[in-house]
Every structure is written in structure tokens, then in C-alpha cells.
Design a protein. Sequence first.
Length: 99
Amino acid sequence: MHLVTGSITSANILQAIQVTFFMALIAASIGIISTGIGFIKKSIPTTIVTDVLMASLMSKNVVNTTANMVAMYVFGLILILVAILFSFSLIHKVNLMEV
């Protein structure tokens, strides 16, 4: 069963590693964003629905990675920046709750 047309080259392996690392960052970002939205709404179902919707949007983008690599990076960087903002907000709220 052939997984790759032609032969597997080091360029194919490096691209797979690069996409895998970037998608791991995006998955963590999606989790932080959905947790932040669920924390704001104080609703577990909102957290789950937000996570599923964002993951499905990103998976649609991953399918087209070979055709549109730039769109995946732009969308991913936007998600990472939003996740950083949500993480600062969540850290502040949790610190207020502890005191």
C-alpha cells in the first residue's frame, strides 16, 4: 500500500514534521480559546461546542495544506495570538479567584 506517490524524500519528512508541530500549537490554542469562552459564559457545553467548531474549521484548512500553506500559517498565527490573549485573561481571573 503506497502512502506517498513516488518515493519518500527528506523534504516530505521535514514538511510533515513542520506541519505536525504547527498543528500541535494550533490544537493547544484552540483548547485555550474554547476554555476561555466557556469560562466567560460559565458553561461547559459552550466550551465543548466552541472547541468542536474551531477544530472542524481548522481541520478543513488542514485538508487544503498542500494547495494553500500560507492560509494555514496565517490562520494558525491568528489563533495563537488570540490564545495568548485568552491565557493572560484566564491567568488574571484564576488569580483573583484564589485570593
